[in-house]
Design a protein around this ligand. Structure first.
Ligand code: HEC
Ligand code: HEC
Ligand code: HEC
Ligand code: HEC
Ligand code: HEC
Ligand code: HEC
Length: 353
């Protein structure tokens, strides 16, 4: 990986010489050579040793990381969202958080190839029952780890779907984004290029509406809109009519979602409506959305208080955070009866502080 990172900084050094207008967001722009290499070699030097999808001049990690502190940088004519700041956790992480801590501490996020070795503690996705690819195991099964050296993988599944692409299966850098505020679609690569392998609820093409600055400066009006459903907490339903971001997580973490047994919660529910009564009534995400405690909606285009729902991302970041279990806030500060607190768990459980 080192070679890729060194190349990446060389690429960055050359890019300011190319003058192209900066696009605000939507599809990539700029000269092809900013991002693609035709022969994987220039002036006799080998650029990147490994085969690159789409003749890329850099890897996913290479383009989306930075040794600086900014989380949006410009390459050629395009703004690149940074998900891995290599020297410090950034002040303004994007919606998915940041991989900074995962590079040195497994517990802070998803271990991905190019950033960290496989997780030493979690040898499979917690809750996974998946053992496809010949009995399972980190090298032959699916999704046991997203940090396996691709050259050691023996199955196509594990080979092709590792690292960033293990999750961003449908990313389309040259697609045209929908008009701001409108839902993502097949042509745009779905929400943030996220999808499972099939168009089923179990393996969804993830709908959603994207914040134009990836929530670098989130507010009640500038935020991502996540998809949810209202009744999926009893048993995970394979119903392709309502794909959600939670179903997407559950594609790898299946049983972490089976939450109600004999009318007792065995896991914290997700894809459940946020009740409008009791302690939950104090959170109105329509008028005062709290970006540190997001909700999803059963109809992303028509968001009302009664159709807001708890999602996995209400509590977790997708990539990594500065807290264990990639939580959005410091769980050790959530103290029942510990005095006025309107962060984290207390945003919904407003009467437990
Ligand atoms: C800012 C970076 C960037 C620039 C500039 C860029 N590309 Fe790409 N391109 C990508 C990335 C990243 C992919 C990876 C696969 C994907 O997202 O579809 C890609 C994929 C592709 C693909 C395969 C997938 C598809 O959409 O058909 C083609 C062909 C392609 N680029 C051609 C070009 C050409 C031709 C140019 C110049 C006119 C260009 N690209 C400029 C980043 C860039
Ligand atoms: C050559 C540099 C380059 C490479 C290589 C690259 N990206 Fe990107 N990526 C970009 C740029 C530029 C954007 C911003 C495009 C935009 O504004 O939508 C982007 C945007 C994204 C987004 C956000 C899309 C959205 O809806 O906002 C995701 C997800 C992503 N890339 C994932 C990947 C993955 C996965 C790979 C490896 C397969 C990859 N990128 C490789 C340059 C790159
Ligand atoms: C475990 C699945 C997973 C992995 C692995 C993963 N991503 Fe993501 N990524 C997501 C999700 C989910 C989002 C949407 C986050 C949100 O909107 O809250 C996202 C968002 C993004 C974005 C938009 C910026 C943001 O923070 O919202 C970019 C760019 C991106 N990912 C690139 C990458 C790159 C590059 C890698 C590999 C280093 C990677 N992702 C690995 C699931 C993943
Ligand atoms: C492609 C498979 C895949 C998807 C999709 C996926 N995960 Fe994971 N997840 C894993 C694997 C593998 C591990 C165990 C290794 C690790 O921590 O990286 C893991 C670990 C975790 C952990 C524990 C992290 C730690 O190290 O303690 C959390 C929390 C988590 N995932 C939440 C989520 C959420 C939330 C989503 C949806 C945004 C999601 N996952 C989507 C594969 C996946
Ligand atoms: C209400 C907040 C909340 C929601 C919603 C939530 N989690 Fe968690 N999750 C946590 C907390 C807190 C932990 C830390 C461990 C603990 O306290 O049980 C955790 C831990 C985890 C772990 C690590 C388990 C391990 O063995 O290390 C995974 C994986 C995970 N969550 C995935 C998910 C997925 C997938 C969803 C959606 C189906 C989800 N979480 C929804 C709060 C939440
Ligand atoms: C986005 C809103 C939201 C957040 C954030 C949230 N919860 Fe919940 N929580 C709910 C909902 C909704 C229920 C289910 C209520 C019901 O039974 O109808 C629930 C149920 C529970 C229950 C079970 C209650 C019972 O009646 O059995 C516990 C315990 C709990 N949450 C703890 C936590 C903790 C601890 C955190 C922080 C790590 C947290 N919750 C964060 C919305 C939330």
């Amino acid at each position: 990986m080192k070679a890729i990172k060194i190349f990446s900084s060389v690429l960055r050094a050359l890019l300011p010489l190319i003058i192209i207008p900066v696009s605000v967001y939507a599809n990539v722009s700029g000269t092809c050579s900013s991002c693609h290499t035709m022969h994987n070699s220039q002036n006799g030097s080998t650029l990147v040793a490994e085969a690159q999808t789409s003749l890329m001049a850099d890897s996913c990690v290479g383009c989306h990381s930075s040794s600086g502190t900014d989380t949006i940088i410009t390459i050629g004519g395009s703004q690149v969202p940074i998900v891995y700041n290599t020297t410090a956790y950034p002040d303004k992480p994007l919606a998915g958080g940041n991989f900074y801590h995962v590079a040195t501490d497994d517990a802070y996020g998803h271990n991905v190839w190019g950033i960290s070795d496989p997780d030493a503690t979690l040898t499979n996705a917690p809750g996974s029952t998946n053992s496809c690819g010949g009995g399972g195991g980190i090298l032959t099964g699916c999704h046991f780890s997203l940090a396996v050296d691709p050259s050691l993988n023996t199955t196509m599944m594990a080979k092709g779907k590792n690292g960033c692409e293990g999750c961003h299966l449908s990313v389309k850098h040259h697609s045209v984004d929908p008009v701001a505020g409108q839902p993502e679609n097949d042509a745009s690569g779905w929400y943030r290029g996220l999808s499972g392998h099939y168009a089923s609820h179990f393996s969804p093409l993830v709908p959603g509406i994207e914040s134009s600055d990836w929530e670098q400066n989130p507010s009640s009006s500038n935020h991502n809109v996540y998809s949810a459903r209202s009744d999926d907490y009893i048993q995970f339903n394979d119903d392709s009519s309502s794909p959600t971001i939670t179903a997407y997580c559950v594609g790898c973490h299946e049983t972490i979602h089976n939450q109600l047994e004999a009318n007792v919660w065995i896991r914290h529910p997700a894809d459940i409506l946020l009740p409008e009564i009791g302690e939950y009534s104090s959170y109105d995400p329509v008028d005062s959305y709290n970006p540190t405690v997001p909700v999803g909606w059963t109809d992303i285009s028509n968001r009302t208080r009664s159709t807001a729902a708890v999602i996995c991302l209400s509590c977790h970041r997708a990539h990594g955070s500065q807290y264990p279990d990639m939580l959005r806030w410091d769980y050790t500060t959530m103290i029942a009866n510990g005095g006025e607190n309107n962060t984290g768990c207390f945003v919904c459980h407003s009467e437990k502080d």
